[in-house]
Design a protein around this ligand. Structure first.
Ligand code: IPD
Ligand code: CA
Ligand code: CA
Length: 268
């Protein structure tokens, strides 16, 4: 990778700057709006916090790397095929943010020719920083982390996410959860911030995580965090993750085939 340290330092600086904006709005209050206007779904939210965070992140990255492309959830339209691409979720966990639950993050992943090279995920309320560089491991607040060694579904804690769809996607998720329980897993958790869910797999807190529809900015940084921590991440049919909306399954690697057998069976 070109200039790994500068890339990581830039990702960290940008995630902390975006996080500072989220923290300020979280403390002072902000109006949440429906993403698709008045007719939009009441749970698909956006606010000045998401938009300002994205702008600040973009300006920091552009200052360091003026010729790189940026793809972000709110307004950055970078091409996924570009040689140097930053993929940004300026506020992952919008619903938690809106409900005053202190579990949300900025997520920034850096890709070269379609390969994940570095990432930073930052929860500004807990001042928790997750970082990773290809080939160099995964770190939480500077301490190296790794996935759990559990190889029995019967001893696993599994995270999941529900896409905003309340139809077939939701039914599929519920069916997969039910099948997980039939293997006597320890529990299911739905924390509401996909990037942090992936960090929890990398940190060995969750043995696995799945969601039937995520966007690249939800997993761009977290997917590298998982693999650098010794885990595995694929789509729900155990295929390579594309750089587009997709199902996602992450695990400590020991439980990957057991989990993808379940998610594949219920794939909507
Ligand atoms: C959402 C969160 C959530 C996941 C949704 C995502 P947002 O991102 O990551 O955990 O279940 O599918 O869209 O909208 O809060 O940035
Ligand atoms: Ca997101
Ligand atoms: Ca978001």
């Amino acid at each position: 990778m070109t200039n790994a340290q500068l890339i990581l330092d830039t990702a960290i600086a940008a995630s902390r700057a975006g996080g500072a904006i989220l923290r300020r709005y979280f403390e002072e209050g902000v109006t949440m709006r429906n993403k698709s206007g008045d007719g939009g779904k009441s749970y698909d939210l956006v606010s000045d916090a998401d938009e300002e965070s994205e702008q600040v992140i973009a300006s920091i990255i552009r200052e360091a790397f003026p010729d790189h492309e940026l793809l972000g959830e709110e307004s950055l339209q970078g091409d996924v095929d570009s040689k140097n691409l930053w993929i940004i979720d300026p506020l992952d966990g919008t619903n938690n943010f809106a409900h005053r639950i202190e579990h949300f993050a900025v997520s920034i992943g850096y890709y070269e020719n379609g390969e994940a090279k570095a990432g930073a995920i930052y929860n500004p309320i807990h001042d928790d920083l997750y970082t990773t560089v290809h080939g160099q491991g995964a770190f939480r607040n500077g301490e190296r982390v790794c996935v759990s060694s559990t190889d029995q579904l019967g001893q696993a804690m599994i995270g999941c996410g529900f896409y905003y769809d309340r139809g077939s996607m939701m039914q599929a998720t519920l069916a997969a959860i039910e099948e997980c329980f039939s293997h006597h897993i320890h529990g299911i958790r739905r924390f509401g911030t996909a990037s942090l869910d992936l960090c929890m797999v990398g940190c060995g807190k969750l043995e696995g995580f799945f969601e039937y529809n995520l966007s690249p900015w939800d997993f761009a940084a977290g997917s590298l965090f998982v693999t650098e921590a010794g885990g595995q991440i694929t789509d729900a049919r155990a295929g390579k993750l594309p750089m587009s909306s997709t199902s996602v399954v992450a695990s400590n690697s020991h439980l990957h085939s057991a989990l993808t057998e379940i998610t594949q069976r219920h794939h909507p």
